[in-house]
Design a protein around this ligand. Structure first.
Ligand SMILES: [Mn+2]
Length: 220
């Protein structure tokens, strides 16, 4: 690994509160101050330590976060003042976040639904390739897996610009010429994966354990 001063872009897959594995990954990546770090979103929920993950994120000035579906749901709770569409694991995440939650939400409300860089874009879920990314809803960008008809959205994506995404937990990264999926199910006991650009190198660290059980892997 290059130690520092390399100006890399490093995209980090779905952390879901797995703070130990995030720290393991950072020990391998050794990001420098001039590296551009990007989270695909879903930093929180399902895993053991949302607080630790957000504390790291807020203390990392060269990190940009794309909003995930779990953050979007928490923002909805915050804006409405009620926990609509509350998931079973939300109470755990709120407990982990504790008193800082209001500040966290204010900060998260500023996260974009996608970010771009030279030759790449990062989105949490996906987008309909037949329409401009900028016209699609925050909810769609954070949640999309399959297009109407059932095919994964990225199978219809023909642009040369590399689309990096998370959200769809697989036992291995999805690697196509123009799309890379980084959710390798850390919270389910597989691995936490990052992508280093422009060289397109994938770096994974194993999950220390399965924090949640996954009944069915949708690897198709
Ligand atoms: Mn997600």
């Amino acid at each position: 690994m290059k130690p520092s001063g390399t100006g890399r872009t490093i995209v980090i897959g779905d952390v879901h509160g797995c703070c130990d594995e995030l720290q393991d990954l950072l020990r391998v990546l050794r990001p420098a101050a001039d590296d551009r770090l990007i989270s695909v979103g879903d930093l929180i929920c399902k895993g053991p330590d949302a607080r630790g993950v957000l504390d790291w994120a807020r203390a990392t000035p060269n990190l940009e976060c794309v909003v995930g579906n779990h953050e979007l749901r928490f923002l909805k709770h915050w804006k409405k003042g009620t926990r609509s569409e509350e998931k079973a694991y939300d109470a755990d995440a709120y407990r982990q976040l504790g008193d800082g939650c209001e500040d966290d939400m204010r900060w998260i409300s500023g996260w974009p639904s996608f970010v771009t860089g030279p030759g790449f874009l990062v989105v949490h879920g996906g987008f309909d390739p037949s329409e401009g990314l900028e016209w699609q809803s925050r909810s769609q960008l954070a949640n999309l897996r399959r297009l109407p008809g059932g095919a994964p959205w990225y199978e219809s994506y023909k642009d040369k610009r590399l689309a990096v995404f998370g959200h769809w937990a697989r036992r291995a990264p999805v690697v196509r010429d123009n799309a890379i999926g980084l959710d390798t199910g850390c919270v389910y006991g597989v691995a936490l994966t990052a992508l280093i650009l422009p060289e397109r190198r994938l770096v994974s660290v194993p999950a220390r354990r399965a924090y949640r059980r996954k009944e069915n892997w949708d690897d198709a």
